[in-house]
Design a protein around this ligand. Sequence first.
Ligand code: FAD
Ligand code: UDP
Length: 389
Amino acid sequence: MANKYNTKNYDYLIVGAGPFGAIFAYEAAKIGKRSLVIEKRPYIGGNMHTHSEHGITVHDFGAHIFHTDNQEVWNFVNHFADFNNYQNQVIANYKGELYNLPFNMNTFYEMWGVKTPAEAKAKIEAQKKEAGISGQPRNLEEQAISLIGTDIYEKLIKGYTEKQWGRKATELPAFIIKRLPVRFIFDNNYFNHRYQGIPIGGYTQLFDKWLASGLIDVKTDTDFFADKDNYLKEFPRIVYTGMIDQFFDYQFGELEYRSLKFESETLDTDNYQGNSVINYTDAQTAYTRVMEWRHFDGLADHGKTIITREYPQDWDRSKEAYYPINNEKNTATYKKYAKLARAHEDQVIFGGRLGLYRYFDMDQVINATFNRVKQEFNLPADYRFDHNY
Ligand code: FAD
Ligand code: UDP
């Protein structure tokens, strides 16, 4: 009987047109392999998808700032778009008080009036002592207090973190807060990475190029689970970037995720909040942050601005999974799925944030794709993805 989907003798079915899926397809095409990419959303790009409105680039799934120390990844993405020199500088609003993020001498001055690194360190040390924190931090709360003391924890971390993750800071892993730098210099750069920026005109253009080959067909509005059995029957090799627990019918139970809701508004002003991102760090405000898109690339029609409020919400099967919650319980469940995945490795490659259940940034997911591509096509260990477009 004729195949329903594998009509062109495709080498790969790729589930998901986010960075993992799209770059895998791109690299496979370079060595002559055909792919069918299916994507359940109406467009490509995964959570990096952007669109343009009133001359403003809007990131549909929250602010995406490219930041990395990985030169190969940076060269690679710069080949497909011109990046601006955007540097993220976030303001925190705690009940009307404004503070600079990440935690640096500006924050310490605003919080305590201290003017030197020695004064700031003494203040933190005293608060840490008073809170009785010593030794290896066991959770996010202890980690935060041991890094920057109780005042900053109470005003800038606790409320934000507990609404973002929907659980107590004492029930969250310490590593989450270590994403943010703590600096004893006056420097508001949100990231420590050497390379930073955003593609002028947005991220979707990269995906248009990655998926442009005649060896790649893309079908949007197509969910793998609408016909999983036929896909499995027809494709010898599948790259799967959806949720790993869903792939295995949740047989070991659901992994937990955090979902988000985005609400956007176009306003008749050219400058609403004076900064690209303002975090609302109190527990009462339902949203965590407000993005004003024109400040990310400085381009816009006169007199218009677009803002997006980001609301965290509980995940259930009717919602999009955005963040894996990498605590002990979920890690243990994930290990069972990962073992099952290894038993399917002859046919299925699991990749990306949801396939590997990992809090990946874009550069990390691209690097993970490079490594998986090297393995799949037996490329030499020193193969460079930024040398051979
Ligand atoms: P995704 O981009 O999620 O793509 C997976 C694709 O698979 C999706 O399009 C999905 O619809 C599709 N799919 C899933 N299941 C199916 C199915 N059953 N059938 C068909 N298609 C399916 N990273 C940074 O480096 N910097 C940032 O500033 C940054 N900000 C972020 C802000 C937010 C709010 C979020 C949520 C993420 C942010 N990230 C950031 C992380 C970044 O989005 C991810 O690293 C990256 O998108 C992961 O790529 P991926 O290919 O694994 O998954
Ligand atoms: N965080 C916080 N207050 C803030 C910003 C971040 O407490 O104003 C904490 C919160 O727990 C968050 C983590 O730091 O989940 C990492 O922040 P990041 O901005 O990297 O989060 P992401 O962009 O991945 O959502």
